[in-house]
Design a protein around this ligand. Structure first.
Ligand code: FAD
Length: 594
């Protein structure tokens, strides 16, 4: 029998990288095997730190740096008897001898270390293109605690007024918010036509408008071409379209590149997207070497091919699964869906699955629906709307993707949706889900149920729909465009060529509508127009509901509208809740917001 403190040197498991995936793997290994020698090698100064918390440390929301340290080498050693070596970098892998070459950055010594099993969790590094001027010390990237400390120290020492954030992904958006939070004016430059590529263009429009409302200047469809020093000593960020933005600091957040050098040099196979290739047991092309986390390619749960998803939940899960397999358990590393959530000022944005863009690129047939449910019962104070996009298979109704933007209650709805999708749910399953309800938390028909109802109505043929980008085509073929909102709503803005008959007057105007030809019906969100579609259909007309209503139309074609019309409502609801505690205060805000 193996004694309490005895380790079997023949069973040495070496882990490269000591943060999300690596630390999870090490701790799980120890829980499964008391006798193995577990050595965790980390190039940096810290292990198991919360990189996801770094933007909030910069904003000061997380005040104490030590709160970012989920655990320490001492704790890992004391509690789990893991041999943690920080500032130790693995320089090479000798697969024949089953050793790694380790450089101790403190002593400058290099030494070999034998392994029986090796786990690679080296993560991904921020992309830093070789642009002119990139070496300016005022250009920052964010990956480690050291990076965050450098940015915070710069903010404290220089009291900068203007920043450029390059890249509108998660980290770019979080940094735009964090810098604004500390009083820095932010210009965000993004090469694509939208921020947050995990959602589709029209869904991103909610984020664009919110960012602008919060004072962030957005420059879309422009790439950064160079950095230079201005006459006044400021840093000037120049774009490929000739824009020049002077600032006091810039943060580069244009994506991450998997750290695959070690694997490549060791002859391990890489995948088509440049990440380390693994099988469903997380083994590389060498079965004694596992790889996990941001460095690998995963199997896309919807499209089936390889995908890179640099997210913490996956890295942690894979760390545990790799440990299970090393510990003798049978595992199958399940597919990945890219389920994510991010806060952008007052908005919460969540997505999972394969976006419309990805489905089109993958040649996968789909249908889509948009709904605008409330965060909780409308009669209970503080209810705010959200917008949900659902993509599903037209034949089977299987959920392929979900995207949700809102202010409150987004994360709860979203995790239900993501879970259902991962378990293979169809839209009618969503409609059937029994979910918890009380007025402060939700609505009798939950947002997820409502998405299921709307999509099921489409699939069952209860309503024919038209999408924003199809409206022009239908109008060209002579369809009637019918706006069923109130006269006041119609006057504030409407689609070109629309005729207004408010829903409550519809029955007395039925005979005025054309029996031959399509009638495109719309309202603000798609609900009232759906009721009208049902009415017209039963009277023998051919109505088509504009999916998502005027709001989604305006989000799809922002240049044709004066912003997304209902957003003012979101803003007002939020301001009322955030700032007012008395009815008097609420009426002042209402007056000011008009
Ligand atoms: P990491 O956690 O990056 O760990 C890799 C470690 O390996 C590094 O510390 C590195 O120093 C070390 N290493 C590399 N090569 C060697 C070597 N040769 N020898 C020794 N050590 C080596 N994900 C989310 O899901 N939600 C979020 O809100 C979120 N926010 C984020 C915010 C920021 C600012 C950042 C940077 C990331 C964020 N992420 C978020 C992503 C998440 O942090 C990563 O997906 C996760 O940390 C990946 O885990 P990993 O183990 O693969 O790599």
């Amino acid at each position: 029998m193996t004694g309490c403190n005895q380790q079997r040197p023949d069973r040495t498991i070496v882990i490269v990288g000591g943060v999300a995936g690596g630390a999870s793997c090490a701790a799980r290994l120890r829980r499964l095997d008391e006798s193995a020698a577990i050595v965790m090698l980390e190039r940096g100064k810290h292990v198991s730190f919360a990189n996801c918390g770094l933007p909030y440390f910069i904003s000061g929301e997380i005040h104490d740096r030590d709160k970012l340290l989920i655990t320490t080498p001492d704790r890992l050693s004391q509690r789990f008897r893991i041999d943690v070596r920080v500032r130790h970098e693995v320089m090479a892998i000798d697969r024949q001898r089953k050793t790694v070459e380790v450089r101790d950055h403190q002593s400058g010594q290099t030494y070999p270390l034998r392994y029986e099993k090796l786990v690679l969790s080296p993560g991904a590094a921020p992309v830093r293109p070789r642009l002119p001027g990139i070496e300016d010390a005022r250009i920052f990237s964010l990956r480690t605690i050291g990076d965050a400390e450098r940015i915070r120290a710069y903010l404290e020492a220089n009291d900068p007024r203007r920043a450029v954030v390059v890249g509108g992904g998660f980290i770019g958006l979080e940094m735009a918010e964090s810098l604004s939070h500390v009083g820095v004016h932010v210009t965000l430059i993004e090469l694509a036509a939208q921020v947050m590529l995990s959602v589709d263009r029209e869904m991103a429009e909610w984020i664009h408008q919110h960012l602008r409302m919060k004072g962030v200047e957005l420059i879309l469809e422009e790439g950064v071409a160079r950095f230079s020093a201005g006459d006044d000593g400021s840093l000037v960020v120049s774009t490929d379209r000739g824009n020049q933005v002077p600032c006091d600091l810039a943060v580069l957040a244009i994506g991450v590149k998997p750290e695959v050098d070690l694997a490549r040099k060791a002859g391990l196979e890489l995948g088509p997207l440049g990440g380390i290739k693994v099988n469903d047991r997380l083994q590389t092309s060498d079965p004694d070497i596992y790889a996990i986390g941001d460095a690998i390619e995963v199997q896309d749960g919807i499209l089936g091919g390889p995908r890179r998803i640099p997210l913490a939940n996956l890295a942690n899960r894979q760390g545990r699964l790799a440990a299970d397999h090393i510990g003798g358990k049978e595992i199958a590393c399940t597919d990945a869906y890219g389920t994510s959530v991010v806060r952008v000022f007052d908005l919460t944005v969540a997505s999972t699955g394969a976006s419309e863009r990805a489905l089109v690129a993958g040649g996968v047939p789909y249908e889509k629906s948009y709904t605008h449910p409330a965060s909780h019962a409308g009669y209970y104070p503080g209810a705010v709307p959200m917008v949900m996009k659902l993509l599903f298979a037209p034949e089977t109704g299987r959920v392929l993707d979900g995207q949700l933007v809102g202010i409150d209650g987004v994360d709860k709805r979203f995790d239900v949706l993501a879970t259902a999708m991962q378990l293979g749910a169809t839209v009618s399953d969503l409609a059937r889900l029994e979910l918890a309800y009380a007025p402060p938390f939700g609505t009798g028909k939950d947002a997820v149920n409502i998405a299921g109802y709307a999509a099921s109505n489409i699939l069952d043929g209860d309503v024919e729909i038209v999408h924003a980008d199809q409206v022009d085509g239908w109008l060209g073929e002579g369809a009637l465009l019918l706006d069923v909102r109130t006269v006041g709503e119609f006057r504030r803005g409407q689609l070109n060529q629309a005729v207004n008959i408010p829903i409550d007057e519809m029955r007395s105007h039925l005979t005025e509508l054309p029996m031959n030809g399509a009638i495109l019906v719309y309202c603000l969100t798609g609900i009232r127009s759906y009721y009208v579609c049902r009415l017209l259909k039963q009277h023998g007309y051919r109505p088509l509901n504009l999916s998502g209503g005027y709001m989604v139309y305006c989000a799809t074609y922002p240049n044709r509208c004066k912003g997304i019309p209902g957003l003012q409502r979101w803003r007002r609801a939020l301001a009322l809740e955030t700032f007012c505690s008395t009815p008097e205060e609420r009426s002042i805000v209402r007056r000011n917001m008009k």
